[in-house]
Design a protein around this ligand. Sequence first.
Ligand SMILES: Nc1ncnc2c1ncn2[C@@H]1O[C@H](COP(=O)(O)OP(=O)(O)OP(=O)(O)O)[C@@H](O)[C@H]1O
Ligand SMILES: [Mg+2]
Length: 370
Amino acid sequence: MDKLADFAAEECGTPYLPASAIKMRIEGLSKHYGNTVALHPINLSVKTGELLTLLGPSGSGKTTLLQIICGLTAPTAGKLFIDSQDRTKSLVHERDIGVVFQNYALFPHLNVFENVAFPLQMRRLPATDVKRRVMHALETVKLATFGERFPRELSGGQQQRVALARCLVYEPSLLLMDESLSALDRKLRESMRVEIKRIHRETGSTIIFVTHDQEEALALSDRVCLMNAGRIEQIGTPQAIYEKPASSFVADFIGVSNKLRGKPGRDGWLATVDGNVPLPTDEDSLAAANAAEAMLIVRPEHICIDDTNNGFVSGRVIESIYGGAETRLLVELQSGAVLTVRQAARTGRYSIGDVVSLRWQVEHSLLLRH
Ligand SMILES: Nc1ncnc2c1ncn2[C@@H]1O[C@H](COP(=O)(O)OP(=O)(O)OP(=O)(O)O)[C@@H](O)[C@H]1O
Ligand SMILES: [Mg+2]
């Protein structure tokens, strides 16, 4: 297990982690369905009490990974450890894992109380314990007065919360949630996010949350694990993933990113068809600057319009999108590349057709290998 703890510490970016601080660790885990590789061999450690999101496009292997963790699918190769125990071959009910699936099917013929009580009755708990724990779970999701209602008498968000209560009621130490908020409208999703964060804080449980919504991942997570085509592209804090994407895939997937391709020169500038832009000097960017071709990334909020016409590149405003707190301008450069510029709404004084000069602080840009 010491070796496992060392691996986990390295993956979690800390010098040392005691075995007890690692809730789950997977090692070389892969899954093939015939000729389809749903998961290439991956390693992943989740710390005790951590909320980790698995984020990625459709088909990237998120559900497959979750199903292997909870025991509904057997891996083709690799190992799964929970609380330092090898659980690769354990049965679902031996794993102490709660799962909330995307289609949080409640039993339609049971009322809310009975739905939430179901897992406890399966475990043959005495009736008084069942009542106490169900009421506690319903209070946690703020549905204590809804016990008598049937699922058809609840809104989507309330049904969602019942499913969550049914999962929380037997106090699993590891909670898996697959796209659990995707069926809800924007407002409900946001309030459920707050709810999940609160429950996470109050119960101290370890949560693995699957989503393909980058905003949700950034808002909820201690760490984000970004998946692409059955592989892990990057694992890190929301801030690290947003500000230091390890690849253009990550930069694209997390928010709008502006990209400029070119040849890094020894003079500290990147030569692009739209003009020379300064090369950032952080360690990762310097490494990428050794390549013949590279890609510079700048987030829209870091680009400003230089009214003295001394920007690095210039272009024409082709769209202005009002968004309440901010206005987004789309600026087309000579090459046809389009950069997005975010402006505080009150300063939105540029119109379609205006020619603007753009600059940014070099430390706000990042160079990636092309
Ligand atoms: N039972 C199966 N048989 C064959 N292929 C499968 C099976 N389950 C999943 N796959 C394939 O494995 C890959 C990963 O699927 P998975 O369901 O894990 O993706 P996902 O990231 O959860 O996607 P989504 O966001 O659409 O839910 C896909 O290419 C999928 O078609
Ligand atoms: Mg899925």
